[in-house]
Design a protein around this ligand. Sequence first.
Ligand SMILES: [Zn+2]
Length: 155
Amino acid sequence: MKYTVTYSCGHTADVQVFGSHTEREKKAAYLQKSLCPDCYRKSQDQARESSGFYEIVTMAYREYKDQYADCKTVSESYNSDTKTIDVSVLNVNKIADKYFNRYAELVDTLNANPNNQTAFSQFKKLDAELHDVTGYNLKSIEELKTELHNRFINR
Ligand SMILES: [Zn+2]
């Protein structure tokens, strides 16, 4: 069923909502408290940019196309003489520095007591936060996992 939703940012959209009448009403009420998809994306981008986890790297345009095509570039940074471009790249070490200890602590707690619901929900929350911060750069998420794994094993 289609609902015309006015999001918290003021934008409106026709949204297909499924489920029973109660479920649809709930979903529509939830959407009205949320940002529209565009504004949500923008706020995520801003959060990422201000997270301090990204750094601008000047790289060969070809390297960008081959390995970092999902990363943001600095507008008009392409240099046709050197064939380089400035790319906003996730700094995996910075992320590992911030998250590793909290991850390790929770993993220890959960290893000691797998039924610790508090630790489990904290772990889920941390995972979601990590996903929010790293977002669209999937390659770096893989790098991050490897980095976390290596540090965890080698500690
Ligand atoms: Zn909006």
